[in-house]
Design a binder for this molecule. Structure first.
Ligand SMILES: [Fe+2]
Ligand SMILES: [Fe+2]
Length: 257
């Protein structure tokens, strides 16, 4: 079941929690921002949960009114619900970077007449809110992030996620600090295992760029919403290359070779 909550002005999280076979929980979020003139959905969840995603989307707006569906990248947990949602959102255009365009048109059957390509720095105008397309500073070049300049929300994709233990909570400040830090280190190291091999000076420059953006909230597809103390989260990210990663929980026997 996908839960919905509004974490900033007309800015909604559609949150689905995937129970990993080895125990922990992986949030798979989508986000909806409704502006005075236009509305946008960021990512579409996995194919298997498309019905749930549509039910959640319908709770926060009529899908018929949706103007844009922004795809951060073409992984199946981000694009799986696209075709089902498009059927109910006749005027929505699919928006993404040129890699999303290439993969989407060639392998995911996105109708080219419904696609618009965007580039870092470009703005998506919703009326009273504006989303700026951002390079995904931690993920590879095939992913884009967004920054909303009014609520100062940084919409990331796989980056800034955190695996949850026991239960998944909507906001980071509700999660015990050490459990969050452990799940955060685990998720970044699973996804971005090259981080310890980065040039640390450049890595810190990148984190410092994010520190200067005036981010008030971070909304990751794979973690609770960070609604306060974003500077602490940037500190946590800066520490990831040297962080102790909790041991991966053992897999059930059925998955053993
Ligand atoms: Fe991904
Ligand atoms: Fe993902």
């Amino acid at each position: 079941m996908t839960n919905t909550f509004e974490f900033a002005n007309k800015t909604y999280c559609l949150n689905y929690n995937y129970n990993m076979p080895e125990g922990p929980i992986l949030p798979i979020n989508q986000f909806v921002v409704v502006g005075s003139k236009k509305s946008i959905m960021l990512d579409t969840g996995a194919h298997l949960m498309a019905g749930d995603t549509i039910a959640a989307l319908s709770k926060v707006m009529n899908p018929q009114d949706l103007d844009y569906i922004f795809l951060t990248h073409m992984d199946m947990d981000h694009v799986g619900g696209l075709h089902e949602i498009l059927k109910l959102a006749p005027k929505a255009r699919v928006v993404g970077n040129t890699t999303v365009m290439g993969k989407g048109l060639s392998m995911y059957n996105i109708d080219p007449t419904r696609f618009a390509a965007v580039f870092p720095g470009q703005e998506i105008d919703l009326g009273d809110k504006v989303l700026r397309v951002e390079e995904s500073l931690l993920e590879d070049g095939h992913t884009s992030w967004l920054f909303e300049t009014k609520t100062r929300t940084y919409f990331t994709s796989d980056g800034f996620g955190s695996i949850q233990f026991g239960q998944s909570l909507p906001y980071v400040d509700l999660v015990p600090e050490s459990a969050y830090a452990g799940g955060f280190a685990m998720w970044q190291s699973m996804n971005f295992h090259m981080l310890p091999r980065y040039d640390m000076v450049k890595f810190r420059d990148m984190i410092n760029y994010m520190r200067r953006m005036g981010v008030e909230q971070i909304a990751s597809v794979h973690g609770p919403v960070i609604r306060q103390d974003t500077m602490q989260i940037f500190d946590l990210m800066e520490g990831v290359p040297g962080a102790e990663v909790p041991p991966h929980p053992p897999l059930p026997a059925m998955f053993h070779l």
